[in-house]
Ligand binder design. Structure first.
Ligand SMILES: [Zn+2]
Length: 418
């Protein structure tokens, strides 16, 4: 059959397909054409595809979604040391959609869009910081007069395909801010913006148990609405489990109310003491997210796969860690078109394998958990194109490489975007 007449651009063959959105965990092939998933079935004829990638022994999942990242470096600013570059850091761990949460507020959103969102191969979505200056102008998050719910909501409505939520963060307790802080100004402003824009609200919360009061219990039981998200759930400052390792009643009540809990691991927001105990008592986080930024990536190479591996070694099943990195984050950001291998969906695909051996996992308090498995990314497909292929699965043996490969000025590999 002539190349042009073939039905599929790409066939991912012989993998174990795990697609929680469709309840799939089976040995299946996935066919892609023009950037879209067109067939998921057993025994799709190889001759119907221009490129066939045999992934026997690997898992095929929807491209992963990380709903807490920081990828906007405002230049010139100290923040350039903070953000990470999405394509080089995320495609290698199977992540095809990253949500930047609150690095930019409305004041810098257009620059963020033009410099990063529009130019990255990773699909970058955003939760807009209710503070006009976002995190890149850090004092903005401490300044109630800088919080603009109406403008934030108006900008969000202008970009419904990109802006998937409102974020508030880093409203510290303690000196000197106690003197100038209205306790709930940051949370209330964020909730107002999210309400006006009809979007979820994500909070990185700083409780203040001294005076004036701003308790975690009040946040999750009274302030947050169903569909809102508390990120950094296993940071040490939150009352999650009691001394006997039992999950506290307000956590279960909040979940019953429809509040979501996200990991947001980061450099200082994940402790086994809270996370492992909560998991053992049946309280899994709704979503796994990295909070990737310079300081969280640098110490131990944090990325989405390492986080998923950590949770597997804490006792979560493979299917569960995939669900909490695909269909669940898609649900939280109200984008059910993402995180799925449904026919008609954008062909964002991750090919993973599970390695066995001695592996250690660390938390943000210098503690370690011994493990025996780790997930490894073989291949990442973004919109039907091979975006990451560390083992050359999509490439021919060098002795059989077509002559035209040699003549090309630069070739990133077949199936890739030149
Ligand atoms: Zn963060």
């Amino acid at each position: 059959m002539a190349e042009q007449q073939k039905k599929y651009d790409l066939l991912i063959a012989n993998g174990q397909v795990i697609d929680p959105a469709n309840g799939l965990n089976a040995r299946l092939d996935v066919a892609v054409n023009e950037g879209v998933i067109v067939t998921v079935a057993r025994g799709i004829p190889k001759e119907d595809a221009k490129i066939v990638i045999d992934v026997k022994g690997s898992y095929v999942t929807p491209g992963l979604i990380d709903i807490h990242t920081h990828v906007y470096p405002l230049l010139p600013s100290p923040s350039r040391l903070y953000a990470i570059e999405p394509d080089s850091h995320m495609l290698r761990s199977g992540v095809t959609t990253a949500v930047d949460v609150g690095t930019a507020g409305w004041r810098d959103f257009l620059d963020f869009k033009e410099s990063i969102i529009d130019t990255s191969q990773v699909r970058v979505l955003a939760m807009l910081n209710v503070a006009a200056g976002g995190m890149v102008r850090m004092i903005s998050e401490q300044t109630p007069s800088d919080m603009h719910p109406e403008i934030t909501a108006a900008v969000a409505k202008q970009y419904p395909d990109i802006i998937v939520g409102v974020k508030a963060a880093h409203y510290w307790a303690g000196k000197p801010f106690d003197d100038i802080h209205v306790p709930w100004a940051s949370v209330d402003s964020g909730l107002k913006a999210a309400g006006l824009a009809d979007l979820p609200f994500m909070i990185d919360f700083c409780p203040n148990y001294e005076s004036p009061g701003r308790s975690y219990e009040e946040l999750v039981l009274e302030k947050l609405r169903p569909g809102d998200i508390h990120t950094h759930v296993f940071a040490k400052q939150f009352p999650i489990v009691d001394d006997n390792g039992k999950v506290l009643p307000h956590m279960r009540k909040a979940r019953e109310r429809g509040v979501y809990f996200d990991v947001g691991h980061g450099a200082g927001s994940f402790w086994f003491r809270n996370g492992k105990r909560a998991l053992d008592d049946g309280f899994a986080p709704d979503t796994l997210s990295t909070d990737m930024h310079y300081a969280s990536v640098k110490p131990a190479g944090l990325d989405q796969l390492l986080l998923m591996s950590k949770f597997m070694n804490m006792g979560m099943s493979l299917e569960d860690v995939i669900k909490r990195s695909t269909s669940e984050p898609a649900k939280l950001i109200r984008r059910p078109d993402l995180g799925t291998l449904s026919v008609g969906a954008c062909a964002d695909i991750a090919v993973l394998r599970a390695l066995s051996g001695d592996f250690g996992y660390v938390d943000c308090g210098g503690a370690r958990l011994q493990g025996d498995s780790r997930l490894d990314c073989q291949l990442t497909i973004r919109e039907g194109n091979v975006a990451y292929d560390t083992n050359g699965l999509s490439m021919p043996d060098w002795r059989e490489a077509p002559e035209e490969y040699w003549k090309m000025p630069f070739l990133p590999g077949p199936g890739q975007k030149a």
